[in-house]
Design a protein around this ligand. Sequence first.
Ligand SMILES: Cc1cc2nc3c(=O)[nH]c(=O)nc-3n(C[C@H](O)[C@H](O)[C@H](O)COP(=O)(O)OP(=O)(O)OC[C@H]3O[C@@H](n4cnc5c(N)ncnc54)[C@H](O)[C@@H]3O)c2cc1C
Length: 390
Amino acid sequence: MISLTETQRMLIHTAEQIADSYGPEYWSQLDASGDYPEEFIQQIGKQGFFGLAVSEAHGGSGQGLTEVVLAMEALCRGGGGGGPALGYLFGLLGTLTVARAGSEAQREAYLRPFALGEKICAFALSEPEAGTNSFNMQTTARKQGEGFVINGAKWFITNLQHSDALLLVARTDMHEKTEFSKPELSLFMIDLPNEQLTYHPIPKHGFNYYKSNQLFIEDLWVADSALVGKPGEGFAALVPTLNAERLLVAAGAIGIARLALSRAVDYAGERVVFGVPIGAHQAIQHPLARSHAQLESVWLTVLQAAALEDAGDTGGNASALANIAKYVAVEAAIDACYHSLQAFGGAGYAREYHQERWWREVQLFRLAPLTQQMTLNYIGQHVLGLPKSY
Ligand SMILES: Cc1cc2nc3c(=O)[nH]c(=O)nc-3n(C[C@H](O)[C@H](O)[C@H](O)COP(=O)(O)OP(=O)(O)OC[C@H]3O[C@@H](n4cnc5c(N)ncnc54)[C@H](O)[C@@H]3O)c2cc1C
């Protein structure tokens, strides 16, 4: 087992305590009502969870991605299940990007309130024609005077209803194009609410306490100072954030699966059918044991990938391991949630036992924020050196 510092152990302990106070019943009620987990988000904000990887000078605790990953796993495993995952994940993407690529003025203005959870930042990359293929983006930001005018549409943009800022990706295309050149993408930080933005929620399969929205942007003027990083270099500025996103997804998935699995183990040890506990049958026991082995094993890969990121690895090893960790963790977690639900029999399908919710939630991570196919494309092309397949 990897050794943790005293500070990391305390962080995990705090996350577990919060997760315990906002346990499965809390999320079950929000799942039914569709209400936002305001209290929970405020609580992790107050405890500094959004600022773990933000410097002390900007209101954070100056730790790293490893600590963020440890916090995510513990919040999910400790009782939250999928509940904490999307709120914590999407609240961090803008923060991590501004911390790395923002101007000093942006860091001053945004990082402290983000780090303290006083303000929440949403993230708008995906569009109907540009999910997996971001370079097909249609949202444009055209230069006008000392700023840009943004027009376009995005979809699945999560948490706009409860966000104070939005990190938005748009095409700037300020240089002449050849048939081989890629669109120039740029990042903009936009304060919310803003009258030029309209949105409405997309009803979805799970996670309905976090609304994911169709977003329309019409003639939104932003000053040059809203640009995060250099114009046209938005995708490069996002790469470290997207690696972090993969590891946060992996950690969240593992946390959900460990919670589901521990409940299934308890149930399988107690539930007697045909005179013995069902856990005595290998058809129940082996899938749970296999899931445990897979989750323990991939957790080490997640921590190693986070450590590489924290060590500033720029040689591609960190990206390789982030994709590997995301792929394996999500498959292992889905498998674990499936077998945990099965161990409950019909009760697994009942809302009361939470397994059906965790099963609904964990599946998201096969699709979003990045599909499993794209992680395999990355591993095939950049790790194994095979030709680009698309
Ligand atoms: C609940 C939820 C919340 C979300 N929140 C946000 C958010 O806050 N902000 C945001 O920007 N986005 C968000 N998204 C969007 C998410 O990031 C995209 O849905 C995701 O990137 C996939 O894009 P797509 O849905 O357009 O799939 P598509 O690009 O249409 O792909 C469809 C399928 O084809 C496969 N495919 C496509 N091309 C290839 C290829 N070359 N090789 C192999 N397979 C391929 C894909 O893997 C996928 O399985 C969210 C999505 C969901 C469901």
